[in-house]
Design a binder for this molecule. Structure first.
Ligand code: NA7
Length: 535
């Protein structure tokens, strides 16, 4: 798929060809700008290219998980299920790449290793892993929030004689676990999707759990054409509504606090949402993310469900999350996750009671015993939000590195730019709603914002845009103040970098909501791009 370079200088280089990079390319072309997109994978799709593990599925419903910028596109695509599978999303992304003729400006199998701003030419110099060098006026990262897969540093992994995998770097060929003794480490969203699927194949499945997670049933089902057509008849209106919601998704957001209703009403509401399925559950009352007492009632409702599903009371208790408030780690959406632990060949190991000591050629040694395996699957997550950006050696005109600047945590203005690094923009960067939202809604909003900045620069004949410390500091303080009003700040999660040893613990995303963020951005644009400085 690698396409030879036509030129070594572009108006913009975009890093990543997932949903963000592809839409950015489309908008750059509309502005008449030359652009090159570099993609590490051998095809487009980003996160959905890499995460092809069994059971991989989006937790946003199909009708809402697609681009909204082109009416024809959203009318013509047909989904097959309520929640889209990874393969169907990948088909959709490939369809868009062909439909908009994007591939000719996308260079796959090319990882960007560095981007240095040259003081003389005032251009970014972009260097790839293979030593290719191009120049660009703008660098735009579209590297995704969940793309830097993380395999924990467990002694002896290299000696393991079976095969091992990470969900975020799954092989492109089918992996057959039939007849195998399989380990899964990690019970986040990926593990919860994968475990029921692997249990269907493996002769034994051992799940190593460090932290139990809350999961709500997906009740996934085929999506009848009539239902899709009814939705499509009002697509534009639904999209516009979604853009102004808290999470960029048309959920049933409640205006009532838990404290306003009786116990019967409360339970009826939880039952209704459980029966409907999906992440909508955490919007049952408007105080679940701010009032720990209210949150505990919702948490206990789910724990009671888990105890009702899982036959062995000890296993059920281990699967009940007790160390965090529901929703403050990304809520999982599953198909048969808890029930899988009723199968006689599925075993749960609590790493809080017996930590992994090392891996050896035959399997995993915990503090309690040795477990023999043919395969080990790491569902251990990502260096989220900042990991893929920080993997690139980004330096400004003074030779200062972005990593150095962000060593105590990422600092941006609106999640879009960071002071001292002109003409460098982040799509769904740290400090934006990004991963707390329907990410396609957030991607479109950021890409449109960047395109408007670029258009403004064309009109005003400007070549540089940057932000300054005043606006950056103010934004970082604002992020912290917003998070402090919620229960999120108290939870160890990948939102705070707590899953990565040594990573500064900072609540990274903007938690004020997609609609509020959008309105704020519109105000900033109306006020002449407040906080952005042009030259
Ligand atoms: P997550 O949500 O970060 O989950 C990773 C899981 O792996 C989680 O249960 C971790 O436990 C566990 N983990 C991580 N490191 C270790 C080690 N060293 N030992 C044992 N267990 C470990 O990643 P996912 O891929 O599941 O989901 C990411 C997002 O993708 C998800 O939120 C959706 O938005 C889609 P911990 O909780 O850290 O104790």
């Amino acid at each position: 798929m690698s396409i030879p370079l036509k030129s070594s200088r572009y108006d913009a280089v975009v890093i990543g060809a997932g949903f963000a990079g592809m839409y950015m390319l489309h908008r750059l072309r509309q502005l008449g700008m030359s652009a090159r997109v570099y993609e590490a994978g051998d095809n487009v799709g980003g996160t959905w290219f890499w995460n092809c593990y069994p059971g991989a599925r989006c937790d946003v419903e199909s009708m809402q998980y697609s681009y909204s910028f082109m009416e024809d596109l959203q009318q013509e695509w047909v989904w097959s299920e309520r929640y889209p599978s990874q393969s169907e999303i990948l088909n959709y992304i490939n369809h868009v790449a062909d439909r908009l003729d994007l591939r000719r400006d996308i260079q796959c199998n090319t990882r960007v290793s560095a981007a240095h701003f040259a003081p003389d030419s005032k251009l970014w110099s972009i260097i790839t892993e293979h030593g290719e060098r191009v120049q660009a006026r703008f660098v735009i990262t579209a590297t995704g929030c969940l793309s830097a897969a993380r395999v924990p540093d467990i002694a002896g992994l290299d000696s393991f004689q079976g095969k091992w995998y990470h969900t975020g770097q799954w092989p492109k060929h089918e992996v057959d676990f039939s007849g195998q003794h399989v380990a899964v480490i990690g019970t986040g969203s990926s593990g919860i999707q994968l475990i029921p699927q692997l249990a269907k194949q493996a002769s034994s499945l051992t799940v190593f759990q460090r932290t139990a997670n809350f999961s709500i049933p997906a009740w996934n089902r085929p999506l009848p054409l009539e239902e899709q057509n009814a939705w499509k008849a009002q697509y534009a209106q639904y999209r516009e509504q979604a853009r102004h919601t808290r999470s960029g998704i048309l959920y049933d957001y409640s205006n009532r606090a838990t404290t306003e209703v009786s116990q019967e009403e409360r339970n009826a509401e939880y039952e209704r949402r459980w029966a409907k399925g999906g992440a909508n559950f955490t919007h049952a009352f408007n105080d679940l993310f701010s009032n720990s007492g209210s949150n505990e009632l919702a948490s206990e409702f789910v724990r009671t469900k888990i105890r009702g599903i899982v036959h062995d009371p000890q296993v059920a208790e281990l699967l009940c999350p007790k160390d965090h408030a529901i929703g403050t780690k990304r809520i999982c959406v599953d198909t048969n996750y808890y029930a899988t632990f009723n199968l006689s060949h599925v075993q749960l190991v609590d790493l809080r009671q017996q930590a992994i000591q090392h891996i050896d050629p035959q399997g995993i040694q915990t503090a309690a015993k040795h477990h023999g395996f043919d395969s080990i699957v790491f569902a251990t997550g990502y260096d989220a939000i900042t990991g893929a950006i920080e993997a690139i050696d980004i330096r400004n005109h003074l030779g200062e590195t972005l990593n150095d600047k962000w060593k105590k945590g990422p600092r941006t203005y609106l999640g879009l730019m960071t002071e001292g690094f002109p003409n460098l923009m982040f799509i769904t960067g740290p400090g934006s709603p990004s991963i707390l939202s329907n990410v396609i809604v957030s991607i479109e909003q950021h890409v449109d914002f960047i395109a408007r900045i670029l258009q403004h620069m064309q009109t005003e004949r400007k070549t540089f845009v940057q932000t300054d410390l005043f606006f950056e500091d103010h934004w970082v303080d604002h992020l912290e103040a917003l998070a402090a009003k919620t229960l999120f700040a108290d939870t160890n999660s990948w939102y705070t970098g707590a899953n990565i040893p040594g990573k500064p613990k900072v609540f990274v995303p903007y938690i004020g909501g997609v609609g509020t963020y959008r309105a704020l951005c519109e105000d900033i644009i109306c006020e002449g791009y407040r906080g952005f400085f042009f030259q």
